[in-house]
Ligand binder design. Sequence first.
Ligand SMILES: Cc1ncc(COP(=O)(O)O)c(C=O)c1O
Length: 361
Amino acid sequence: MPSNLRVPGPTPVPPDVAQAGARPMVNHRGPEFAAVMRDIITGLKPFFGCAGDPLLLTGSGTGAQEAAIVNMLSPGDDVVAVVGGVFGARFADIAAAFGASVRRVDIAWGQAARPEVVAAALQPLPRAVILTHNETSTGVTNDIAALAAAIRAVSSETLIIVDGVSSIGALPFELDHWDVDVVITGSQKAWMSPPGLAMVAVSERGWEAFRQATMPRYYWDFGKARKNGANGTTPFTPAVGVAFALQEALRQMLAEGPENVFARHRTIGSLLREGVQDLGLELFAEPAAASNTVTAVQVLDDVDAGALLRGLRERHGVVVGSGQDWLKGRIFRVGHMGFVREEDVEAVLRALRTELATAAA
Ligand SMILES: Cc1ncc(COP(=O)(O)O)c(C=O)c1O
């Protein structure tokens, strides 16, 4: 049975992207790879909303989270970490692991971070605020434009560091316009590519912070990545096959047009949310902040989440994500980012309808 992979990453890879990823290897310090790098760096810009060149790192999203921390901060720096789920908590933990003095602002899981709540945490003024654009564990999208504006109303110095792992490429993002300093993402999410590459955009303020930051770093050094990137290469051996795939994925995303990509995610997000509610299920996220890349659905009290997910997979080829942390067994998560069409989520809804009817029988 063909699999309808609907976990919130890794996401399905279009056939042409998979084929590109299988191209014969090249010298990663030669002209072929430099051309691939150039296409990727240029192609990322409209999705990051930045004029500067994004960086290409080989690693997963967590590696990029660590990279953002160690390149921007020094041990002892006061950091406000806004935590509304598993990935916000991970970002806070990484900052603490490298010696930042972390003040957590905990948001009820399923709720968006309110600008006034974040603004109230800025006394004393921290060196940085860490935000999650799209909290993949709860299906909540935070309004980074509004949060960044609230922070900038208080400080033009505080760094704004954003995890955009499950949003950039699918939801609009404007690093320059919103005055954000660092945003990270990963190839296996909205980018329709296999796991292995992380992409990062850094503001001018961010580069100034990089020059002052003293946390230990080597592999993740943004300075090395920038210097090499300007010459169409990377400091260390990159995930060359993933770069081939990402080059082709970006070609397809740019051909569709970023605005159309964002609109498709909006349409599919609301289609899935309405369909799920029509089946009598409730969403976990507050409606105003429900994500257009991942939907968290509450499991009915009398339904065994494990059996439901198994039934979806074994009888329908629909693979969705389970709940994480204390949400295990209480929610399941449907990914709808990257290579996703209306028929993919319609198939999820059909499978759910059948399985829920079986569970109730
Ligand atoms: C918002 C967010 N941040 C960070 C990560 C960690 O990424 P990775 O699993 O690629 O290390 C994920 C992965 O799902 C994520 O969704």
